[in-house]
Design a protein around this ligand. Sequence first.
Ligand code: FBP
Length: 545
Amino acid sequence: SAISALQAARAAYQPKLPTVFANGAAVNIIEGDATTAAADLDQIQALFPETYGAPKVNFEANMNKTTTAINVAVILSGGQAPGGHNVIAGIFDGIISLNADSKLYGFLGGPGGAVDNKYMEIDSAIMDAYRNTGGFDIIGSGRTKLEETAQFDQVITNCKALNIGALVIIGGDDSNTNGCVLAEYCKAQNSGILVIGAPKTIDGDLKNEDIEASFGFDTACKVYSELIGNISRDACSARKYWHFIKVMGRSASHIALECGLQTRANVTLVSEEVEAKAMTLGGIVADIADKAVKRAAKGEHFGIVVIPEGVIEFIPQMKVLIAELNDLLAHDASLSDSLPIAADVDQLQSHGLSAESASVYLSMPANIRQQLVMDRDPHGNVQVSRIETEKLIASMVEMYMEENHADIHFSEQHHFFGYEGRCAAPSNFDADYCYSLGYTAAALIGAGKTACLASVKNLKSPASEWVAGGIPLTSMMNVERRHGADKPVIKKALVELDGAPFKELVANRDEWALHSNYVFPGPIQYFGPTEVCDQPTITLTLEQR
Ligand code: FBP
């Protein structure tokens, strides 16, 4: 089918790799010290007797190593993130470099495909059509959870039928948690099937000392920042609108923070700060209005507010309300019809809400009341992308201005940037990083490793200096309370309020609020000078400084 001129040029791009892979993915393994867990060591050890405590590994080039052919299957799990196709390309090229007879299969439509035995073989013609492209459409993705023993047995049966010796799960914290449980089971059953993970999510919250970034974050933030920059230019041209821009990132505010730093928006909300300071919705609104008043005094009746999509869950009163709604809806789904139309606090209480949550719920506009009771995702998360927080905050600020500063012109526009960033053609950074992650997964498989997340470090340096290795998944786990039960999970990385990126915002935000010091990042560039095309995010640069 027809492809654009850029697609054609991009198809020829050869992603960069760490030097250790100069002769392919057949490498020697260097083992580090044994690992433990992020917390709750005894519980994690008891739950993962087969895989707990394995060492982190690095690689050393080996030109003479020979490896037998291996069949590998790949699964894309959860939300799209730019670069997923390059992870698959890295695995493909990596296992072929191990042995030219190796084969790559893709399970279709996410983890569910591995259970239902829906798959395809990815040959070189198919692979070539997807190199350096955005999206997950090569095999599709899904949010089915792999967690039941019956599902694991089915996956093992399906893999054995295709003689698959290793499975690569490209996913976020939840999917890799489940990947680790599967790896443990495969080992306990002596199935001979290895399970390796690759750190995916635009949200940027799968990160720790060994995983410097999840892939897709770089590209998504660059796309949103381009758009925010364009809107800022429009705002200071038209000089009449305040723009309220919600950006994706279900829980952590890494995306909002990065976009705020890239564009120097007037206000950047950070959910983690909202929670730490126990801010109320009213307080957030009054604070934005205060900035609008100050800017209006300078004749600037415009501004840019960046809102993380998850903020609603971090406002303490809303958090309690959402937790109560989650509980009620889990027991009686029909409440999603009756709650939004309840007439008063008494009625809401009779449905099971506490008095306080009932009055918070009632104070919300009708559309938000409706959105708060929509279906949860399979992991039990509220679908924050579908709650129009940007509208809610914009209209509350507008109301506040009318009530308190009727003499000041204030007019709002609102936007949501989410899906438009998730499937963009990967930036050079993500194209290279993803390809390297895939190659790393192949090297780990070649070395017989399981229950590891592919890790590529030293990302602030040129790709040739990146350091590839494998990190035991159990070393990232702790025990958390989920749906009323204690579960081992990979610890989610939220924005750290004492971390360098947030401190950079704090150091500048008063000035950015008052003045219109916008920076216009412009569209992602794929060809041209290094400083234009290959810059990592500000978050990564500050964190690795
Ligand atoms: P993952 O954590 O699976 O990578 O998904 C991230 C995300 O893009 C969030 O930013 C967003 O809240 C959510 O997916 C949207 O989910 P859906 O695609 O199901 O609407």
